[in-house]
Design a protein around this ligand. Sequence first.
Ligand SMILES: [Zn+2]
Length: 464
Amino acid sequence: MPEEPPRALNKTLTFGLGLPLAYDARAKTLANLEDNLLKTVYTSLREASETVAMICNIETAKEYAKRILGVPKEQTDAFKASIPAVKRRLDRKTCLSGDAIGQAYMLGSKPHFMGEHGRELLSKGTRQLSTHRTDGTHPIMMRATGTRLFIDDKTFYIAFRIFSAEWAGKNGVSNWIAFPIKIKPRDKTMRGQLERAIRGEWKLKNSRLRKNPRNRAPQWIGQIVVEYTPDPYKTLDPEIVLGIDLGVTVPAALHIRDHGKPLPWAMCIGRGRDMLNTRATIRGDIVRLLRALKSKDSPLDDRSREEAMKKLRELRKREQRVMKTASQRIAGRIADVARRHGAGTWQMEEIGADLKEDKPWLARNWAPGAVKDAVRWQAQQCGATLEFVDPAYTSQRCNKCGHIARENRPKGEKKQAHFECVECGHKDNADKNAARNLSIIGIAEKIREAIKSKSVVRMDETSA
Ligand SMILES: [Zn+2]
C-alpha cells in the first residue's frame, strides 16, 4: 500500500455571525456597541467592503493589462486610479486597517490567474475575468495577525482588526470588532473544529468577513482558513469495517467499526446541493432544447433541428462527465477516510430496484451506478475488500436496538433526512443511521433473521 507522508492541508470553515461588539484586543474584553456606534460600524463595514472590492478590481485590471494585453510591468506598476472617489480610498484615507488593505492588495487579483481558472483564462482564453462587486457584499480579507478566535462565557467569538486605529480613535469605536459565532446546538463538528483552531492544533492562516449576499439571516458571515496535518494512512485491517450509505440528503454517509467497536462519529461526504446545482444548470438546458424539438406550435426547420440535436448530444455528454467527476471525487474521499482509519473491509448497499422508494433523492438526482463503479475502483486501488449488502431494511433498522420498522422513517418532504426509532426512541440523521448499520459485519444476515423470526431481535452496538 502506498505510504503517504503527512502533508499540511487547508480547510475553510464558514459560519454565521451575530451582532457586532467592540473588542479590546489588549485587555481581551468585549463591550456592547451603543446604537449610534453600531450604526457607525455598519456603515463603515459597508464602506470597508466597497473599498476592498475597488482595490481588487483595480489589481485585477493591472494583472489583466500585464498578463493578457502584454503591457510592460513598469507601466502597470505606475498605474494609478484617476477617479477621485477611488483615489481617496486607495490613498489610505479610509476606515480600513492597514492589515485589511494589505490583504486586499495581495489577494485581490490572485484567484483569477491561478489554478484551473487561471489556465483557462490565460492560455485557453475560454474564461472571462470576474468582477468584484462593490455593493457591500465583497468579503473583507484579514491576516491571522488581524484575527482572534476565542470563547467567552461558552460562546465562540471571532474578532477582526478591521478599522485603522486612527480612524477608530476619531470615531470613538474600537479598531477590533468582534462577532459571536452562531453554531447550531447539535453541531458538534463545528464546535470541535473551532476548539482545535483556538488551541492552535490547527493553524489559523487567514480569515474573511462578508455581508450575506442573500438578503437573509445571518446578516454577516465569517470564514477562517486553517492548516492541518491529516492522520497518516494506516495499513488496512480487514477487521476494521467501513459502512458506506449512499445518502438521501447527502451523496454518502460513512461509519467505521474497529473490530466490532463503533467509532463515536459518522460522517457525511460531499455536499448534495452543490452537486445538484451543477447538474441542474445542464439539465435545464437539456429540457429547454427537448421542448423546442418537440414543439408543435413553432416547429424548427431542418437546420435548427440539426443544430439542436448536436447541442443536445454535447450537453448529455457534458452531464455524464460532470456526474463522473463528482462520483470519482466522492469515492476518492471515501478511500481517504478508509485509509486514514485502516478500514480493510468496506460494506456498501447493493443498489437495486427499490432505490426509488428508499432513496428518492439519489434516484432522482444522481447516477448511483457511477458512484458504485468509482468506489469499486478505489477499493481495488488500496486493496480493500468491497462487499455489497442487500439494502433491504438497512435504512429502516435502528442501529441502537435493531428494531426494523417502516415507521422508523417518518414520511414527508422535510423528514426524509430523519430517523426516529418507534421502539427505543433513538434519533439520528437517516443517512448516518444507515451507515452505522452498514458497518456491522453480517448485517444482511442479521436483518434476514430478524425479518424471518418476525420478532425484534435485540442487537446492541457492542454485540453487533
Ligand atoms: Zn431503536
